[in-house]
Design a binder for this molecule. Structure first.
Ligand SMILES: Cc1cc2nc3c(=O)[nH]c(=O)nc-3n(C[C@H](O)[C@H](O)[C@H](O)COP(=O)(O)O)c2cc1C
Length: 355
């Protein structure tokens, strides 16, 4: 049975924001480290190349708890250049999937979180204003001890009636605001499925290149990681890499896989327009994360590129960590499994072979 999650799906986002984290994340203290970190992630020493990807660590309290619990590469949740409301509750539901989740399936959701755990999450990438998150992010960047590194994630917002130039300018502003916090590694989310699957930025190769080059111009030598979705078509992935693979320092994949989410009566499970489809993560998407990692590793070699690969998706135990590392991941991250198992980093440090 999973442990008490550090983000409680039964509560609202704001309730989690103000009162969380919960369970074993609620009352942590800095772990004493006696060994030297022997791994590197984008030039920074880390004890283990393992962390929590963008999303579940919704503010600095969550990031601090993750660091204390031994997640050495925590990602501060994706922020925006201005306040942005969260979708209505519920934002997380359990989904039942037999085996691997193929894209574009219909799934039944409920609140019964059991192993093997897969969930859907639907927040809409909420954000507070930069005055709020910049101070908070700066604090946790300073809190990380040697052997740990905090990543700051952000995304641009398409302004109402805005042009492409406005959209790109918002990415550049976001990058500048995140950089101002002193964060050592910046991640840009090119793959948010909750703004319409057809519109995933990472499937628009030309626009992705424009965005990534504009961000890199802004942030200079700070390493830039891009967060990508699962690419079905391998030759398109190669085209994508030819356009952006030399500009970015890291690629994190995958984000969630979109599915139609119904309740037990066959009705839309998540209330509100545009929420019939929602992103699925956890154990049922591991196959896609590992497949993307293998392809990225192979194409990186073939194209003579150097970007680091962050393997994400269903990495719920030491065996999955090993599988990702053998597939070519430089680092591995877990969102869903880590939410329900705050001991996951320590388990991996104790049990993984590919460390
Ligand atoms: C609660 C929650 C919130 C998420 N929010 C974001 C986000 O804001 N930005 C992002 O790039 N990915 C987000 N994700 C996706 C995760 O970073 C990750 O790519 C995905 O969940 C697959 O990993 P997993 O199977 O370990 O959960 C979120 C995931 C979860 C569970």
């Amino acid at each position: 049975m999973p442990l008490e999650p550090f983000y409680d799906p039964a509560k609202s986002y704001l309730d989690n924001f103000e009162h969380g984290p919960f369970g074993l994340f609620a009352d942590t203290s800095p772990a004493s480290q006696t060994i030297e970190p022997k791994h590197q992630f984008l030039g920074y020493p880390v004890f283990a190349p393992f962390g929590i990807p963008a999303g579940p660590l919704i503010n600095g309290k969550y990031v601090k708890a993750a660091l204390d619990m031994g997640f050495d590469i925590p990602v501060y949740k994706t922020v925006r250049t201005h306040r942005y409301e969260c979708h209505p509750w519920p934002n997380v539901l359990a989904v039942k999937v037999e085996g691997d989740l193929a894209p574009d399936r219909t799934l039944v959701a409920n609140q019964n979180y059991s192993e093997p755990l897969s969930i859907t999450n639907s927040f809409g990438v909420p954000s507070f204003d930069p005055e709020v998150w910049q101070r908070d992010m700066a604090e946790v960047v300073a809190y990380a001890r040697p052997g740990q590194v905090v990543v700051g994630s952000f995304q641009g917002t398409l302004p109402e009636n805005g042009s492409v130039a406005d959209y790109i300018a918002d990415f550049v502003l976001g990058a500048r605001l995140v950089k101002e916090t002193g964060v050592k590694i910046i991640e840009v989310n090119l793959s948010c499925p909750n703004e319409g699957t057809a519109n995933l930025l990472c499937f628009d190769i030309h626009r992705s290149r424009q965005v990534v080059e504009a961000i890199k111009d802004e942030i200079g030598s700070v390493p830039l990681v891009i967060k990508m979705a699962y690419y079905k078509d391998e030759s398109r992935l190669e085209d994508f890499l030819r356009e952006v693979g030399k500009t970015v320092d890291g690629i994190s994949a995958i984000n969630t896989i979109s599915a139609e989410i119904l309740d037990e009566h066959g009705k839309q499970a998540l209330p509100g327009a545009g929420r019939l489809r929602s992103g699925v993560c956890g154990s049922a998407v591991k196959w896609a994360g590992v497949a993307m990692t293998s392809r990225l590793a192979r194409l990186r070699g073939e194209l003579g590129m150097k970007f680091a690969i962050v393997g994400v998706g269903g990495a719920g135990d030491a065996a999955a960590f090993d599988e990702y590392r053998r597939a070519g991941a430089d680092a591995v991250m877990s969102a869903t499994a880590a939410m329900w198992n705050p001991m996951l980093a320590q388990e991996i440090k104790g049990q993984a072979h590919e460390l």
